[in-house]
Design a protein around this ligand. Structure first.
Ligand code: NAG
Ligand code: NAG
Length: 214
């Protein structure tokens, strides 16, 4: 017996869904496709590289605001001078990744492996690095104002942190709260007595949010 047409197409759709769910690498392909198409949000930035293998790739000087590098393998990739504001690097591997001069404000970089990453002169304001490993990262001139790092990471970075950010004029050591328990506490983002994010900065960030259809 032949099933009615609408039932057959429903069955075909089920088979397609099941095949997609089983085929792991298809997701990486989808991400590459989405990235080439300008990203899920179709706004030219916010590109999708989730779980993608972008080792050694050149992303220098690009507009990658709010892009998704969640669980991506970014080892030795080059993001020099890129604008990555609000990007997602959750659980990403950025071993020896070059972020020199990049704008990494508001990035979510928790649980990331950032060993020996190059953050020279990068702006990392309000970025979240909880449980991330920044061992031997280059931080000369980096601005960590209001960023959230584990205390052990701050202590390790303060052993050699140096320089002043050429864009914001903020001292790296000062932004990390090095050498001052009081200043460290005051600059800790979860401390309501610490410096607050200015309203115009909040507004500027809000403007970068994608507009979802109703
Ligand atoms: C980012 O990519 C990951 C992995 O592909 C995915 O699970 C997640 O939903 C994406 N997040 C956003 C905000 O696009
Ligand atoms: C980082 O990028 C955002 C969004 O483009 C911008 O508003 C902000 O001024 C930039 N920060 C710096 C220090 O250039």
């Amino acid at each position: 017996m032949i099933a009615p047409k609408h039932l057959r197409s429903a069955a075909a759709a089920l088979v397609t869904t099941a095949t997609l769910a089983l085929a792991g690498p298809a997701f990486a392909d989808l991400n590459v496709y989405e990235a080439e198409a300008g990203g899920e949000f179709g706004i030219g930035s916010a590109q999708q590289y989730g779980e993608a293998d972008v080792q050694g790739r050149d992303f220098s000087g690009q507009d990658l605001r709010r892009s998704n590098f969640t669980s991506a393998d970014c080892r030795n990739a080059n993001f020099k001078g890129s604008n990555l504001q609000g990007a997602y690097f959750i659980k990403a591997v950025t071993y020896r990744t070059n972020f020199e001069d990049a704008n990494l404000s508001d990035v979510l970089m928790d649980r990331a492996t950032m060993v020996e990453a190059n953050l020279r002169n990068a702006v990392l304001q309000r970025a979240v690095f909880t449980r991330s490993d920044l061992k031997d990262a280059v931080v000369e001139g980096a601005d960590f104002t209001n960023a959230l790092l584990d205390k052990t990471q701050v202590m390790a970075l303060c052993k050699y942190a140096d320089g002043v950010n050429p864009v914001t004029g903020v001292s790296t050591r000062k932004s990390l709260g090095c050498g001052s328990q009081r200043r460290y506490k005051a600059s800790y983002p979860s401390n309501p007595d610490g410096p607050q994010v200015a309203d115009d900065e909040k507004e500027a960030f809000r403007k970068t949010l994608p507009v979802y259809r109703q």
